[in-house]
Design a binder for this molecule. Sequence first.
Ligand SMILES: Nc1ncnc2c1ncn2[C@@H]1O[C@H](COP(=O)(O)OP(=O)(O)O)[C@@H](O)[C@H]1O
Ligand SMILES: [Mg+2]
Length: 390
Amino acid sequence: MSERSANDERIIAVLRDVMDPELHDNIVDLGMVRSAYLEDRTAHVMIALTTAGCPLRATIKRDCESRVSSLSGIDNVQLHWDELTPEERSRAMERARSHARTSAAPTQIPARTRVISVASGKGGVGKSSVTVNLASAFASQGFIVGILDADIWGFSVPRMLGVDSRLGARPANSGEEKGKIIPVERREGNGLIKLVSTGLMVDTEETALMWRGLMLAKALEQFLHDVDWGELDYLLIDMPPGTGDVQMALARLLPQAQMLVITTPALNAQKVAVRVADMARRSHMPVLGVIENMSAFVTPDGKSWALFGEGGGQRLAEEINVPLLGSIPLEPAVSSGGDNGRPVALDGGPAGEAFQNIASQIVNEIFPPVNMEECSASSMAEVSVTLRSD
Ligand SMILES: Nc1ncnc2c1ncn2[C@@H]1O[C@H](COP(=O)(O)OP(=O)(O)O)[C@@H](O)[C@H]1O
Ligand SMILES: [Mg+2]
């Protein structure tokens, strides 16, 4: 006989971080988790969906798998599907309605937005370069991308994107206590980048008031609460060097966030990044994958110069059991692009193509955008009618 546990509290706990993008609440509290138990190191999770046919199932599936597989002692995750009964469904709707009414200070980030924290264990490995180039690649592929520059005191994103305008502030609407900050926008092909950074703050009385008493973790909270982000397919968060506070604050404020770990090919950078990945697991923030930056520079005649060592990205990816999404070669165009405000991802070349390729993997496989339009029109209409009816 195999060992089958009762519902496993650890599994339930991580499933609380999986949001139903339609109902804006987590699947546990919505009553969608029928069972979650462990049998022979395989987690079995049964989820009842609002409608069996909704394509958001793929999103929920991926999120459940990555959350549950981050737990220790679990080798496989098996999902089983069911449909809510009409009564359960109206209870879930009721729950979503009351949640929308009462949840304290919800962030301005839409529930459907894919949130990616770009992290590493130390500065100077290329977090900001990766953030800016991935954002540009997503936008050039037609997506609406937010960049939250969480490197509050060491910001570099505005320069790398060639943005020197200031953040605007919208005066308070009736019913709102204070106005909202408006991101600086930059069009890119059919897409759009929306940037918020302390580097774009002006010193008018209004914004000075908004930003008074800025502290690192607190600043992140303000960026998420006081900025009118609007629609977003992706939100990239350029993390400050070091880890601790800001990462934990992020996990608390945006439980749907997942992490990209940037490392150099060198082994010492790798050790640091392992610490980051450990922390990701402690905060139940899944790691999407590793990006190795500053990899071997290949000359046009095919000579390879591995100035910062070799193999660190692959080794790290294997150690923490996530995919290596790609390697960005060390290339002068990456840093000159950063200095000129023209990300190399938009201009081709080996590094530019590597960035586009990683963005495509994220869009197509690793963390695809949630497309609400694909969801059955009738179920959406029903949801919004129900949500409006209070
Ligand atoms: N692949 C690369 N090739 C050449 N220079 C790079 C590359 N990636 C980053 N750089 C340069 O290295 C420096 C540090 O990168 P940055 O993105 O600011 O790192 P972090 O945000 O992790 O501190 C910057 O001057 C940047 O232009
Ligand atoms: Mg940086």
